[in-house]
Design a protein. Structure first.
Length: 368
C-alpha cells in the first residue's frame, strides 16, 4: 500500500498547487489512514487520534499525542511524527510558522464548529488564509486500485462466511437482538476488526423499516427476515443484505422476492464505466415501478464502499456523474410493506469498462 499512499500524496500536492494552497490539514480518520497508513481510530469527532499536515513542499507530518506515539512511528513511516503535549493548536502554530504556510486548506466537513473557530483565531493571528474543502481527498478514494480491491473482496467473502455460519443456526423464537449479537461475535472470532455498521436483523413487520434496530421480538416461521450486515477487515468494509424465511415461503413472499431480485440484476447488468449513478438507479427502480410498487422502494439503489461503509459514488437520482473503472458500489433494491414486512437484497460490485464484477459468491435465497 506504500505506493498507493505516495501516489495519493503526489496527487494532493499537485492539486494544492493548482489551487495556490500551501498545505492541507487532514482530520477525517479514513482520509488520514488512506494517506499515511496510520490506523488509530478517533473515539469521537472531538477526540482525535491525530491529524495530518501535508505541505506542498517537504515532509508531511502526523501530529498526535503520547498515547499513539509508538503506533504512529510504526505505521506512518513516511511521515514526520510530532507530539502535542499541550494540545494540537500550539504545535500547529509552530509548524505553520516554520513552514511559512500562508494559505491552509482544511476538511470543513469533518471539523466541529468550535474547533474551526479556534483554527480561525490561530490563522488570523498568523495572517494565514484558510480554505475550507469538502470531499477533496474522498474524490481520490473513489477508484480503488488492485490492492484495495483485493482487501475489499476478502472482507466481502468473510462477511458471507459469517452469514452462512449463523444462518444455519437460525430458529423460530430467537430474538432479533440475539441473532445480531451472534453475527457480530462471529465476525470478531473470524478475524474482523469490527462490524462496519450496527447489524440489522428485522423480522415480520419490522422488516418494513429499511434501517430497523434489532429488538427483543422473536423470529417467526414464515415471515421475512432482513439481515443487513458488514464487517471491517484490514481497514476495508463489506456490506451485504439477505432476506430469509424460516420454513417454506408463501407465494406472496416468493413473488416479491423474485421482483426484488429482478431489479437487482437489472441494476448489476447496467453497471459499467461511463454510466451515471442516476441511470443505474432508474433502470433498477423501473422494474419495481412497473409492478406497481414504486412507492414501496424509497431509498437509493446503492452507495460506494471502501474505508467507509458509506462513501461515494451514490447510485441515486442525484448522482449525474459517470461511474469509473475501479469504483466499488452496492446494489440493494428493496420493497417494504407496512404491517407485513420487507425484502432487500444487496451485493457489492466493482465497476469495469464493459460491465461489472460482482464480489459476492453467496447465493442463499437468491434463486427462489
Amino acid at each position: 500500500m506504500a505506493m498507493l499512499m505516495q501516489g495519493a500524496l503526489d496527487r494532493i500536492r499537485r492539486s494544492l498547487k493548482r489551487r495556490q494552497l500551501d498545505a492541507i490539514l487532514v482530520t477525517q480518520p479514513e482520509n488520514r489512514r488512506y494517506l499515511s497508513g496510520y490506523t488509530a481510530r478517533d473515539h469521537s469527532i472531538n477526540e482525535s487520534a491525530g491529524v495530518l499536515l501535508i505541505p506542498c513542499e517537504g515532509d508531511p507530518y502526523l501530529l498526535t499525542d503520547s498515547r499513539f506515539h509508538l503506533q504512529a512511528e510504526d505505521e506512518a513511516a513516511d511521515f514526520r511524527i510530532k507530539l502535542y503535549p499541550r494540545g494540537l493548536f500550539p504545535l500547529l502554530r509552530s509548524l505553520l510558522r516554520k513552514q511559512r504556510i500562508k494559505r491552509l486548506a482544511f476538511e470543513s466537513h469533518y471539523f466541529l464548529h468550535s474547533t474551526s473557530q479556534t483554527l480561525t483565531k490561530l490563522a488570523d493571528s498568523l495572517k494565514v488564509e484558510l480554505e475550507p474543502l469538502t470531499g477533496f481527498i474522498e474524490e481520490l478514494r473513489l477508484q480503488k486500485n488492485d490492492a484495495e480491491l483485493a482487501l475489499i473482496e476478502r472482507a466481502v467473502l468473510l462477511n458471507e462466511e459469517v452469514f452462512q455460519e449463523i444462518y444455519k443456526t437460525l430458529r423460530p423464537g430467537q430474538t432479533e437482538k440475539e441473532v445480531a449479537h451472534a453475527l457480530e461475535n462471529c465476525m470478531r472470532l473470524k478475524g474482523a476488526e469490527r462490524p462496519s455498521f450496527e447489524t440489522i436483523v428485522a423480522g415480520g413487520p419490522n422488516a418494513a423499516l429499511p434501517h430497523a434496530v434489532p429488538s427483543d421480538r422473536p423470529l417467526v416461521a414464515g415471515e421475512t427476515i432482513v439481515i443487513d450486515m458488514g464487517l471491517v477487515l484490514d481497514g476495508y468494509c463489506s456490506d451485504m443484505t439477505r432476506t430469509v424465511v424460516l420454513g417454506p415461503p408463501d407465494t406472496k413472499t416468493i413473488a416479491l422476492f423474485r421482483l426484488v431480485r429482478k431489479a437487482q440484476l437489472a441494476g448489476l447488468n447496467s453497471l459499467r464505466e461511463g454510466i451515471s449513478g442516476m441511470v443505474v438507479d432508474k433502470i433498477a427502480r423501473n422494474v419495481i415501478e412497473r409492478a406497481g410498487l414504486g412507492e414501496r422502494f424509497g431509498h437509493g439503489l446503492g452507495h460506494g464502499v471502501g474505508l467507509n461503509v458509506h462513501e461515494g459514488p451514490s447510485l441515486n437520482y442525484r448522482n449525474r456523474k459517470p461511474l469509473a473503472e475501479g469504483m466499488v458500489v452496492t446494489v440493494e433494491p428493496g420493497v417494504y410493506i407496512p404491517n407485513w414486512g420487507g425484502i432487500r437484497l444487496e451485493n457489492m460490485a466493482v465497476v469495469e469498462k464493459d460491465g461489472c464484477r460482482v464480489l459476492n459468491r453467496d447465493t442463499t435465497f437468491l434463486d427462489l
